[in-house]
Write a new protein. Structure first.
Lengths: 254, 641
């Protein structure tokens, strides 16, 4: 097959830029990232784009394709009509470094604000015993490839720079849920989730879930249960006490 | 222009499994540690590893232990492995996996709550700790989060999270810097010692210099010198080339693993990996005639270990004690060659591969549970539902067994202050790596290299000082492509990839390798003239122009060593020398280069004999297939004692 496609790609750096038009060859089975690479190789050698694995496993090539956050490597050209102009822009929530590459340091800063996995002091490596069913909930969240598209699409920060300091974003609220559901994590994460990491900002519009390339049910399985745990904690002392006792009995058995 | 300057005890280049584990170790030993990586933190190629980490924990079959793992590793590598590395690896892998669990990793579980282990090619027992088919991602994330945990500790202690371990992401090292040994208080060894590393920030093109007495290379492999590869853009042989240019040696460069199952269609994803777990979990290979052709390709050395009928092979999945393994689970080199031969014989699939079918072997729900990312990958990229139809697969350049020659215990290269771990180091896997032995290799030798570098720093009387001349030269080299208006580097790169793919690929012969060497020589000339239009800010053309030096240098090593080794073994198959030779087993080919990289030399060196207690782990009948009469006589004498 093979045809010429019309592309509009955002080019620019240092806070300035514009959409640039290209006409570029497309072959059977190709994805948007292939076309960006063809542009680099034939028309714009300095066109900046991040990518690594080209198989949807590393989460590097996040971009907005016709306004939707997508991985360039997982967006097949066959999903567009041949006469359609395809517009490719960088993620909007993060400052642009150049062309399609954005400064995602916000995410790394937030990652460092979440207290790390905290196992009980008396369990040695090799002694961990967990049932598959108990690890599966957190495993779902650990499928995350850190493409940061959930944070990019989240309306709490997408057009509200002022919320960034107080909001970890879906990615890292999910990380808190992941640790909270880890069978061996003994840290208390509920108050901090609400008070320090901005769980309360989330009003469960599920935009994050919709864009997740790993199809993680971020809202339903991480954020809503986390919200429920926070509420339980706040209003039910018995639940809190039971939780404490349950944890103690579990961590002493081997 | 100002060069940004930092002082560290240990600089780790690469943030995959080996690099992160090395950095964690150095920091845990109190060293100020920098991690420098070309991509964002957490994106390293390790995330692509699917199957698992091999470690003889014996959770699924209690007969497993380090000795069985050691034997499997040596067999897989056709006895060319550095046996001390294979020994350390087999002994220490379980502790390294358990350690990950204590840092928050969540592996799949057995019924009694331990880490589950899966079957894999060449491993006698179920041995691979795994998380579905995304084990590499779990490992990277766990190590990344361990680094963050250490930074949080440092913030509490020192008020600065980056006081002792800092990540320099999207930063490329272009030269290792050396200083005369005497100036560093050494004994005056020839060639000097490591004093730092020089590079640039990809993001803004600014230059950066690290003053550091120890550098750990953990840069992965060289796959980007080939067209069909499972490797990402980062795999340009940087560490291999940096080591060569600094005066270190590379061994086993002729051995490249072509993973038997890469995607073959659509063209844009050609080469992307299809995990071996598909076969470990029951998937079978068929040709266009529907035949399970692997039964026709069991080599003599493995005859008694593999099933000869489909019935026996199928029984093995449920009863491993009384049946032999299916031949689909032969080591990777055997399976890749078999697929290659079937396609050449005209029994391939329409798109030039063979069929890998799991759809008729497991219930759909079970396939989705065990192989979620494969299901996802084929559905999204190829419109193929692997629960309902077979995949088409073919060999893809996946891993280089060769790399920096290192001391097994410390990861030290021959240049003082230089260390290497993971794919960039050589020896551990011999002529062919077993699946699952990479992730465990990264952990075991990442830790050892981090410890080795720390001990080296502790032993220094004075820190070597970076010389201004070396910085001036490195600076000029890095900026040169921006100042030229020559050929587009992409064209040179594409030609190199075609050359290596076609002429030094899975099946090799003297004329073709010679042709490749001529062509690489010409490409090296052309590469000197490539130019990169545009500025310094995130300019991929410039970056590629610099990476070309490394790919060309490493490709020359691969081709030169491949031409010299006149036998077929593991990841090196010579059409003109099809047999495996016991004489050649004793020889390592050692590559070196002149400091400007203009000349590559290859020398033969004798492989040290295996330690007595280790060789005694093998049967005479098996050894006989690999070693010379002379070595066999030594073995007989040893056993008699």
């Amino acid at each position: 097959m093979g045809y010429k496609a019309k592309f509009r790609v955002w080019r620019g750096e240092g806070g300035e830029g514009r959409l640039e038009d290209f006409t570029v060859e497309v072959n059977e089975g190709e994805v948007v990232l292939d076309i960006i690479h063809r542009l680099q190789a034939t028309q714009a050698p300095d066109l900046a784009v991040r990518w690594n694995c080209k198989a949807g496993k590393c989460g590097s090539c996040s971009m907005e394709i016709n306004g939707k956050p997508r991985l360039g490597c997982m967006t097949r050209m066959s999903t567009f009509a041949e006469d359609e102009t395809i517009t490719v822009t960088p993620m909007r929530t993060f400052p642009v470094i150049k062309d399609l590459v954005t400064d995602v340091s916000f995410n790394y800063a937030k990652a460092r604000e979440i207290p790390s996995f905290t196992p009980p002091a008396d369990v040695q490596p090799g002694e961990y015993r967990m049932q598959q069913i108990d690890v599966e909930r957190s495993q779902e969240f650990r499928k995350c490839i850190e493409c940061f598209m959930c944070n990019n699409v989240c309306h709490v920060i997408r057009d509200h720079e002022e919320n960034k300091p107080a909001f970890a974003g879906p990615r890292f609220l999910m990380r808190i849920a992941e640790l909270d559901m880890h069978p061996y994590d003994v840290a208390d994460r509920k108050d901090a989730a609400q008070e320090e990491h901005g769980l309360g900002f989330c009003n469960i519009t599920k935009c994050c879930t919709e864009v997740c390339p790993e199809h993680i049910k971020i809202t339903d399985n991480a954020l809503i249960p986390m919200k429920e745990r926070v509420v339980d904690r706040k209003y039910d002392p018995l639940v809190w006490l039971g939780d404490k006792i349950f944890r103690r009995s579990r961590t002493t058995k081997n | 222009m100002e060069i940004e300057r930092h002082e560290y005890d240990v600089v780790v280049i690469g943030a995959g499994g080996a690099g992160l584990r090395a950095a964690i170790e150095a920091r845990q030993q109190g060293k100020r540690t920098a991690i420098v990586c070309k991509s964002l933190f957490g994106k390293a190629h390790t995330v692509m590893a699917e199957g698992g980490a091999a470690a003889a924990m014996g959770n699924v079959n209690s007969d497993d232990n380090w000795m069985v793992h050691f034997r499997d590793t040596m067999r897989g590598g056709k006895f060319l492995n550095n046996w001390r590395m294979a020994e350390l690896h087999a002994k220490e892998a379980p502790d390294r996996v358990w350690e990950l669990e204590a840092w928050g990793a969540l592996f799949d579980r057995t019924k009694d709550g331990k880490i589950s282990q899966r079957n894999f090619g060449g491993h006698e027992y179920p041995r691979l700790a795994h998380v579905g088919d995304r084990t590499g991602l779990e490992m990277i994330r766990t190590l990344q989060q361990r680094v963050v945990a250490l930074q949080q500790e440092d913030e509490k202690l020192h008020g600065d999270p980056e006081a002792y371990i800092k990540v320099f992401q999207e930063c490329t090292i272009t030269r290792l810097l050396k200083t005369g040994d005497k100036a560093a208080g050494g004994a005056g060894r020839a060639g000097g010692v490591i004093s730092g590393a020089f590079g640039y920030w990809r993001e803004n093109g600014k230059l950066i210099l690290f003053d550091a007495p120890a550098v750990v290379l953990a840069t992965g492999g060289i796959g980007k010198s080939y067209v069909v590869t499972s490797n990402s853009w980062e795999y340009t042989g940087d560490g291999h080339a940096l080591a060569l240019l600094a005066g270190a040696k590379l061994i086993n460069m002729e051995f490249i693993q072509f993973h038997p199952t890469g995607m073959v269609w659509p063209p844009s994803v050609r080469g992307i990996l299809v995990t071996e777990s598909v076969r470990g979990d029951g998937g079978v290979l068929r040709n266009s005639e529907g035949r399970r052709f692997m039964f026709d390709y069991i080599p003599d050395v493995f005859k008694d270990k593999y099933a000869t009928t489909e019935e026996e092979a199928d029984r093995w999945y449920t009863d491993q004690a009384n049946n032999r393994r299916p031949p689909e689970l032969l080591p990777r080199d055997e399976v890749a060659r078999a697929i290659n031969a079937e396609v050449k014989a005209g029994r391939g699939s329409p798109q030039g591969g063979v069929y890998l079918d799991v759809s008729t072997r497991l219930p759909a729900a079970e396939i989705v549970r065990r192989l979620p990312s494969m299901h996802h990958q084929f559905k999204e990229l190829a419109d193929v539902d692997i629960t309902a139809e077979p995949m088409q697969v073919g060999p893809t350049c996946h891993y280089i067994m060769g790399g920096v020659e290192v001391d097994a215990d410390t990861g030290a290269a021959s240049v003082p202050g230089l260390f290497a771990a993971g794919e960039v180091s050589g020896g551990m896997h011999g002529s062919n790596r077993l699946g699952g032995n990479s992730l465990s290799d990264l952990l075991v030798f990442g830790r050892r290299a981090g410890a080795g570098a720390s001990a080296y720093v502790d032993g220094l009387k004075a820190r070597p000082v970076v010389s201004e001349e070396s910085v001036t030269a490195a600076r000029a080299e890095a900026l040169a492509p921006l100042e030229r208006s020559g050929e587009n580097p992409y064209e040179v790169h594409q030609e190199l990839q075609r050359t290596m793919n076609d002429l030094v690929g899975i099946i090799r012969k003297a004329e073709e390798i010679t042709e490749a060497l001529e062509s690489v020589g010409k490409l090296r000339e052309r590469a000197k003239g490539v130019g990169a239009p545009g500025g310094r800010i995130y300019n991929p053309g410039w970056h590629l122009a610099l990476d070309l030096r490394n790919m060309l240098l490493v490709s020359e090593c691969v081709a030169r060593a491949a031409l010299l080794r006149e036998e077929s073994r593991g990841g090196h198959t010579r059409d003109d020398f099809p047999g495996m030779s016991p004489e050649w087993r004793r020889k390592l080919l050692v590559c070196g280069a002149s400091p400007d990289g203009s000349e590559v030399t290859v020398e033969e060196r004798t492989q040290p004999a295996m330690r007595d207690d280790l060789i005694r782990l093998f049967d005479r009948a098996e050894l006989k297939k690999y070693i010379t009469e002379e070595e066999l006589a030594d073995f007989d004498a040893l056993v008699k004692e």
